[in-house]
Design a protein around this ligand. Structure first.
Ligand code: UFG
Length: 357
């Protein structure tokens, strides 16, 4: 029996694959590498000494996807695959609905058909919109502010309906706050293509000299120093949360939803300060206009995950900064350039160990 991980080559996906392999699971990854690189999985194999069965294919390719279910005994699915750039989702909403919603419907249909009714779904704190208060607990009102957020919210609702229609399903929805950091080896990490949208990869690119200065979006929020406050969580803590969520999913039924955050907020200026302290690298910045749709303060109440999953974030902001910097400074250009075309054939992670592949 194996765990199918969609989008397993991405930032959170690759760290979760590493934890799954270390935890003794067999894993299969389906990924179209549209926003990730197979090199991440090769490196997960190098770190763990364990192979990953990889299907380089698009979830929208139903026939190819069905072969994954026909070829393997799948016990559960961890569904990461999806597009996640808020700005792009506003300008190309259909792309988001097709890639996020349609792909989820297709995989759920196959899971239903092959009686693999266990899923851990990668949701986001974005479903809380602009919260009225903090900390944010799971019962807070939900509201999407852009097409990306709407896809996450719609998928959560689809999964709730799916369980109502068939009580054999067991679904765990994880609402991530702001994942940063990298595996302590510095060998896998966050590798956004183009100019990063998110704070930490922007900071590390400034630190490595590829970007001139950080632009801080807004200085007059009602926060400790006027800059936006977020709940940054180490990606390895987040990945470990997926293993506990998987245990829960495998041993229960119903739909269970958890915040994965630390419960503590840091302002942008506090993150810059922590990064400088952790690394000794100076980060020049300038204040610019607030980004539209940004909340002033957003941090989790993670007590439900602590009580029911026995999960608690262990790593602090200094470790997050040190690990993010170790990854970026060891890999100033991220992963190696990927092949442009992806053949929908089965490969193993060791295939990526071949020279020039
Ligand atoms: N920020 C800057 N400069 C930058 C980037 C970000 O000042 O170059 C600020 C933002 O204004 C915000 C904070 O840093 O105050 C964090 O911004 P991120 O873009 O890193 O993260 P967000 O909280 O905006 O978004 C993240 C995920 C989204 C998800 C959202 C849900 O990236 O996918 O959390 O809470 F929807």
């Amino acid at each position: 029996m194996a765990i199918l991980v969609t989008g397993g080559a991405g930032f959170i996906g690759s760290h979760t694959c590493l934890e799954l392999l270390s935890g003794g699971y067999d894993i299969i990854v389906v990924d179209n590498f549209s926003n990730s690189n197979p090199e991440s999985l090769k490196r997960v194999t190098e770190i763990t000494g364990k192979l990953i069965k990889i299907y380089p294919m698009d979830l929208l390719d139903l026939n190819s996807l069905e072969t994954v279910f026909l070829d393997n005994h799948i016990e559960a699915v961890i569904h990461f695959a999806g597009l996640k750039a808020v700005g792009e989702s506003v300008h190309d909403s259909l792309k988001y609905y097709k890639n996020n919603i349609t792909a989820t419907l297709l995989i759920c249909e196959l899971m239903q058909k092959y009686k693999v009714k266990k899923m851990v779904f990668s949701s986001s704190a974005t479903v809380y919109g602009l919260p009225d208060s903090v900390p944010i607990s799971e019962g807070f009102p939900l509201k999407a502010l852009n097409p990306y957020g709407r896809t996450k919210l719609m998928i959560e609702e689809i999964l709730q309906d799916l369980y109502v229609s068939d009580n054999e399903w067991s679904i765990t929805i994880l609402r991530y706050f702001n994942p940063i950091g990298a595996h302590e080896s510095g060998w896998i990490g966050e590798d956004p293509s183009g100019t990063p949208n998110n704070l930490m990869p922007y900071i590390t690119r400034v630190a490595v000299g590829q970007l001139k200065e950080l632009q801080i979006f807004g200085k007059d929020y009602a926060t400790v120093d006027g800059t936006g406050v977020r709940d940054y969580i180490h990606v390895v803590d987040l990945a470990k949360g997926h293993l506990l969520a998987l245990d829960k999913t495998l041993t229960s039924s119903g739909v269970h939803t958890y915040n994965l955050g630390t419960g503590r907020g840091y302002s942008v200026l506090e993150v810059v300060e922590a990064f400088e302290l952790a690394t000794g690298v100076h980060i020049p910045y300038k204040m610019v206009q607030p980004r539209s749709g940004d909340a002033a303060i957003c941090y989790a109440d993670p007590t439900k995950a602590e009580k029911e999953l026995n999960w608690k974030a262990a790593k602090g902001i200094i470790e997050m900064c040190q690990d993010a910097w170790r990854w970026q400074s060891n890999n100033p250009h991220g992963y190696v350039k990927k092949e442009e075309s992806v053949n929908p054939r089965l490969v193993q992670s060791e295939d990526f160990l071949l020279p020039n592949n």
